[in-house]
Ligand binder design. Sequence first.
Ligand SMILES: [Zn+2]
Length: 149
Amino acid sequence: MVSEQELKEYCLLLRTENISIDDFRAWVVKSGIELKGDVTRGDFLKLKNGSVTQVLKILSKLVTSCDRCAGVYNQKVFSSRSEFENCLSAIEKACSQGVFNSISKPSWFDTLDKVKFGVEDYYMCDNCHSQWCIVFPEKEFNGEWERIS
Ligand SMILES: [Zn+2]
C-alpha cells in the first residue's frame, strides 16, 4: 500500500515536471493504491487515464495543503466583486509575508478542463508547494479562488 508520503512525493514530482504524466500513471498502476478510504474507483480511473489537471485535482484532495496557504482565503467561487477584492488583498498580503510566490501558469494546467473566463494568476505556497489560482471577474462571473494542486 502506498503511504501518503509517497503520494506526496509523486505529486511534487509531477507538479514540478520532474516526471511526466506517463511516468506517473505507470507508477499508479504499479503502486497498487488501495481502493478504500480516500481513493474511490472513479478517482483511481482518473489517476490512470485522466488529464494532468484531473490527476492533480485528486492528489490535492488526498494530499492536503498546509495551514499557512489554506488560511489565506477559503476556496470558492466569489458571490460578489467585493469578495474578489478581499481575496485579492489577502493574497497580496500573503505574498508580502512570503507565504506565496507568484508563479507563471503551470504548463500542465489544462484550462480546457474548465470554462475559461479570463485573466488568471497563479501562486505557489513557499512551505508546502501547493499551487493556487485566482480567476478574475468577468461580466456576471465574480471570480474564483482555487487550489489547483
Ligand atoms: Zn501551503
